[in-house]
Design a protein around this ligand. Structure first.
Ligand code: ADP
Length: 410
């Protein structure tokens, strides 16, 4: 009997501790507005390169950004950002990330006494470290946390995603060869099983950008990433050519997008990043607890129409359905249809902004238009089907809206 009591006591003590840990983790994570994981089927495809450049570009656009390198076996982010000599400081159970302007960085690399040390840990220890990275790190308030995940679809990326709680979206990086397709499929179904919206697929090392004239020549074949995205009905975010300056900047500890802003590969990265920023996170149903523009949980959604259904090409729409929704109650409150204004450059974002639109659900929309809406704080979801506005909005409210490819990318 005594033994049982003491076992129960031990058990209840541990679970109290665990509960406290969970509360701490939740508290920290609740101060992060959007969490994006960067995944790849295998190592060496440019996952960390994408994570670094995405984080730096977001920071440069005025966002508060955290970059978490959970690739514990190959932490390359300190080298890529010239932070090899840095180590993290801690006090009273908190770890302070290394700051680079408005960018806060944490990497396993900061904890290794010798950069050549190999991390030889068994599963539970790795999970413990990953948990600590999330729970004890004083990230503060962040607009974005970019997580450079361990490659593959095994236990480590799984734990990362589970510990992060709600992940707003995943960016999947691949190379163009057909053999990489199997890995991308796995990564996409991994996200689907875990309920993580796929923001899209990036095809890296897609052709070779000539260092003299900038012309891109196909080398490894190309189009694998685009094909797989189409096949699996997820957005294709774009292709980044091979460019020796990407290696050079990584080795010199500089973000490529910053150091070689005029290179064609930097232009491709900027386009991809503006799509990531504009995306609502793939399946992007309204996020529980997400701050909607109005405190009462109401939101105004605009849907471009052609023949009474969602227009597949934003630029060709004739009318807009303006729909007020109660996000919490998952209800449509009001619908009003209005004629679209003339399609002059830059006019639609202003016109829809003046009408109070907070979210646009569209079929296809070019990246420039998406950028203009993002500047006005209007969220855009693309790849929605040509259904009636009610059907589209209900699917979005229920979190069942299936997003295909952005059919109009110009
Ligand atoms: P991963 O995180 O998938 O292991 P990395 O981002 O560390 O891959 O990239 C592996 C190597 O390939 C690095 O040396 C990086 O500089 C280089 N690299 C990545 N993308 C490109 C590219 N488009 N062109 C040339 N080199 C690249």
């Amino acid at each position: 009997m005594k033994e049982k009591e003491s076992a129960e006591k031990t058990f209840s003590c541990r679970s109290e501790e665990e509960l406290e840990e969970e509360r701490k983790l939740e508290q920290r994570l609740s101060r992060i507005r959007r969490k994006i994981v960067v995944l790849s089927g295998k190592g060496g495809v440019g996952k960390s390169t994408v994570a670094v450049n995405l984080a730096v570009a977001l920071m440069k656009s005025g966002k508060r950004v955290g970059l978490l390198d959970v690739d514990i076996h190959g932490p390359s982010i300190p080298t890529m950002l010239g932070l090899e000599q840095e180590s993290v400081q801690g006090s009273e159970g908190e770890i302070f990330p290394v700051a680079l302007g408005n960018l806060k960085i944490l990497s396993m690399g900061f904890f290794l006494a010798d950069r050549d040390d190999a991390v030889i840990w068994r599963g539970p220890m790795k999970m413990g470290v990953i948990k600590q990275f999330l729970k004890d790190v004083a990230w503060g308030d962040l607009d974005y946390l970019i997580v450079d995940s361990p490659p593959g679809t095994g236990d480590e990326p799984l734990s990362v995603i589970q510990l992060l709680g709600k992940v707003d979206g995943a960016v999947i990086v691949t190379t163009p060869q057909k053999v990489a397709a199997v890995d991308v499929r796995k990564s996409i179904s991994f996200c689907r099983r875990l309920g993580v919206p796929v923001i899209g697929v990036i095809e890296n090392m897609s052709g070779f950008a000539c260092p003299h004239c900038g012309k891109v020549t196909p080398v490894l074949s190309s189009g694998g990433g685009r094909e797989i995205a189409r096949d699996m009905k997820v957005p294709f975010l774009g292709a980044i050519p091979m460019d020796p300056k990407i290696v050079e900047s990584g080795d010199r500890g500089l973000a490529f997008i910053d150091a070689f802003a005029d290179a064609p590969a930097a232009e491709s990265m900027r386009e991809i990043i503006s799509r990531v920023e504009a995306a609502d996170g793939g399946g992007g149903s309204p996020v529980e607890g997400e701050k909607t523009a109005k405190e009462d949980g109401k939101m105004r959604v605009a849907i471009p129409l052609a023949d009474g259904r969602l227009a597949m090409h934003f630029g060709h729409c004739e009318r807009f359905a303006i729909i007020d929704v109660d996000v919490k109650g998952k209800k449509i409150l009001m619908r009003e249809d209005v004629n679209a204004p003339p399609h002059e450059p830059g006019l639609l974002p202003r016109w829809l902004g003046e009408r109070g639109a907070e979210l646009i659900i569209a079929g296809g929309m070019g990246s420039r238009a998406q950028g203009l809406f993002a500047e006005r704080g209007i969220r855009v979801m693309t790849g929605a089907p040509a259904d009636t506005p009610e059907k589209v909005v209900h699917a979005w409210l229920d979190g069942t809206l299936v997003q295909g490819e952005n059919v109009c990318d110009h």
